[in-house]
Design a protein around this ligand. Sequence first.
Ligand code: C6P
Length: 421
Amino acid sequence: MSISDPEIVTRSRRFDVDAIRADFPILSRKINGQTLVYLDNAATSQTPRQVIGALTDYYERMNANVHRGVHTLSIESTEAYELARTKVATFINAPEPESVIWTRNTSESLNLVASTWGQANVQAGDNIVISAMEHHSNIVPWQQLAAKKNAELRYLGVNADGALDLASIDSAIDSRTKIVAVTHMSNVLGTVVPIVELARRAHQAGAVILVDAAQSVPHMPVDVQALDVDFLCFSAHKMLGPTGIGVLYGRKELLEEMPPYMFGGDMILEVTYEDATWNDLPYKFEAGTPNIADAIATGAAVDYLTELGMDNIWEHEQRLTAYAVNQISKLEKVKILGPKDPSLRGGVISFIHEAIHPHDLGTALDRQGIAIRTGHHCAMPLVRSFDVVAAARASFYIYNTESEVDALVNGISEAERYFIR
Ligand code: C6P
């Protein structure tokens, strides 16, 4: 059979969870005597051998600084680093690799835009529109910018069922709106936000749109041109990649106009004792030695996800989420936050137990080998709007199974037997 044989292609694209799980060494770890059930993927995903292998390979074979050397190792590491950028650009359908800037994480990408684009474009009397379901990383930079510029920070509302209140768009976005900065998928409610509609409304008003895609790019197909967004931010560590590396995508014309965020090596074109000029994109925004190894490993993570197919990943998580919503809803004392309709949400389920504090629940589940997140999920205003200060959260990824959802539900029942007497 040749490699282009349709049978081979079909087989390689098949979504085989057992085969996927075998790629993740950590999933066979025992936690408190039980096999790990990892349901904290919205915080950080686990790492397959292919990504760990890319890191090892880099350090064993080509470790050298990029863009600086004429020797073989430097040329090879530069090529691998830039190839990873191209892979990310293709993954999100960016028109060109120069529109992809390596950052430390989503938070840094958001801060970069608020500091540079915001500093240059937002004036007194303008407004910035975000939503009431943002992560702190997409609230605080805009609060700081608004205060500095004497601009107004406006919020799109969230309905009681956790959907974006579309009616609030009319009152929030107007001719003084400079930027609409919204999450693509809430890390608390799992709500998927209608970005195409928001982009249309933002552009109609003459504003730009930024999307916090920390929870969407790892889980669903994301196409920056189809969404018609101006900026998109995400982190590698939530999409099988390493920690400490993230991405800012920006429309080239906007990035070209923006001043640099940090100053130093590689971001300059020419330096005199008096002044400096800036390098071309993307280097203008990558001061100093970058996170070379982790960028290359992010390329390996993108390869892994692409091989599985983002449509297949989304479908798998939709199926698992529908099952989980159904099973968790059977627990009388548990209330799920966010849309009840699984087709309106991704694989993030926050819930509140009427008799057990989320931290106690999280600890009780950990004793059974089940990892969930508890707390305010770095979205304090949103969590507080449900009249609680903390919630428990289970979040899924490619390697999770229905039997792990069953383990979670049984684990909560077990915790009830312990805490409620
Ligand atoms: N949310 C969670 O457990 P960083 O930490 O910079 O990689 O990502 C920040 C961030 C921004 N936006 C959204 C929607 C996010 O979910 C996150 C990270 C993790 O929910 C850690 S707080």
